[in-house]
Write a protein that binds this ligand. Structure first.
Ligand SMILES: Cc1cc2nc3c(=O)[nH]c(=O)nc-3n(C[C@H](O)[C@H](O)[C@H](O)COP(=O)(O)OP(=O)(O)OC[C@H]3O[C@@H](n4cnc5c(N)ncnc54)[C@H](O)[C@@H]3O)c2cc1C
Length: 368
């Protein structure tokens, strides 16, 4: 039921505006509140905190509906399945009551700021600091490539509470940006694809936040908190990838049945059939693996190695599938009015964010 509802809602309420969102390089703020009213925000958060009381399975359904309707640049999956879980799992009762209901309505839009200009893959190298000053922390530093960066008003900032301690000196600070003096958004970054998603630089210049805004019971828990949540982030990328793989195949199969050359439909060429047969087989294999990972995750058994495999395999496959599918469209595939063109542009980043695929291989290699 949720799949059907999410699909139909996105088709009716987001897809018709998508071209405009692409041009303005972000969705309308009102789309977030509408998604909240439709029940598509915080589906896996408990009802007592304004959510729908679901599980990751519900988030997977929503993330895949975004992929299947071609509205993947609407950043609700990150808000739902990456940002909100940090608050649920590591927040105090007071923090959960304060922030989650507002995230469920769309009044608060979430982001997580790990990456800095000088530190991406090597997260321990971050320079942003949170210095304690009485009952406040004072944040200084800058972040970049932050998804939902223009819209977000609840940002989890990965900072060093003790720069001398490496990973053990990292803490997660929640910045409510609405009244945060010293907080500044940089430009909405000009990306290759995923245009609808606002991605930004963020600057923190002596931003004072209450000590009560730290996630966790004491300083220094941030790195472990990140490691705990990253498997779900990686699985989410795999869910997005598989749904976009399936959509790319569907639109391409339709296209090659219509388009003709040398007196026959493109699908009648053996090359087309073999290519699509290969891609469909690989997609089927990836689908089974992703579903297996969801099952494991719901049982609390999805480990870092397996989640990394899912992220790396499906995002690599997504890039391969959209490239081959674009080729089967000929010149029309390179025209932005054809969905495969945008799928091609949107796919590329999947191998980069959420930990690059090289980092995924490093993590997998540790299990050898
Ligand atoms: C559209 C978009 C949205 C994003 N959203 C967010 C967000 O919401 N929040 C956030 O915090 N970040 C976000 N990111 C940042 C993203 O997670 C980083 O870009 C990514 O982790 C890589 O970091 P980097 O760009 O600094 O690359 P680098 O770390 O500089 O890597 C450069 C290259 O070196 C390779 N490399 C690095 N270390 C090793 C190694 N040990 N062995 C082998 N190869 C290595 C990498 O794989 C890569 O190919 C986003 C990025 C993009 C593009």
């Amino acid at each position: 039921m949720l799949e059907d509802m999410a699909y139909r809602w996105l088709e009716a309420e987001v897809a018709p505006h998508y071209e405009r969102y692409e041009k303005q390089e972000m969705v309308d703020r009102s789309a977030w509140e509408a998604a909240g009213a439709a029940g598509l925000l915080c589906a896996s958060m408990p009802e007592e905190y304004g959510g729908a009381g679901g599980t990751y399975a519900h988030e997977a359904v929503i993330a895949e509906a975004l992929g299947r309707t071609g509205t993947d640049g609407f950043g609700i999956a990150l808000h739902n399945a990456i940002v909100a879980p940090y608050i649920l799992h590591f927040g105090s009762e007071e923090q959960k009551r304060k922030w989650l209901p507002k995230m469920a309505t769309g009044e608060m839009i979430g982001a997580i700021a790990m990456t800095e200009p000088g530190a991406g893959s090597d997260l321990q190298g971050i320079k942003t600091t949170a210095r304690k000053d009485g009952n406040h922390y004072v944040l200084n530093g800058s972040k970049t490539f932050i998804t939902n960066g223009q819209h977000a008003n609840l940002i989890i900032v990965v900072s060093k509470t003790d720069p001398t301690k490496g990973a053990k000196g990292v803490s997660l600070m929640v910045v409510e940006t609405d009244d945060a003096e010293g907080f500044r958004r940089g430009r909405n970054l000009d990306k290759v694809g995923l245009k609808t998603n606002d991605t930004s630089e963020l600057f923190f210049d002596d931003v004072r936040i209450p000590t009560a805004n730290m996630l966790g019971t004491e300083e220094g828990q941030g790195f472990v908190q990140l490691m705990t949540e990253l498997p779900q982030e990686r699985l989410l990328i795999a869910n997005q990838a598989i749904s976009m793989i399936e959509r790319a195949l569907a639109v391409t199969i339709d296209y090659v049945k219509e388009r003709r050359a040398f007196g026959k439909a493109i699908i009648e060429f053996q090359n087309t059939q073999f290519k699509l047969a290969e891609l469909k087989s690989e997609a089927a294999m990836a689908r089974v693996f992703v579903n297996h990972c969801i099952g494991e995750h719901l049982k609390g058994r999805l480990d870092t190695t397996t989640a990394s495999m899912a992220k790396y395999l499906t995002s690599d496959l997504q890039c391969k599938v959209v490239d081959e599918c674009l080729q089967l469209h000929g010149g029309y595939g390179y025209m932005n009015e054809y969905p495969i063109a945008r799928m091609f542009r949107d796919a590329r980043v999947q191998r980069i964010y959420g930990g690059t695929n090289e980092i995924m291989k490093l993590l997998i290699a540790r299990s050898l």
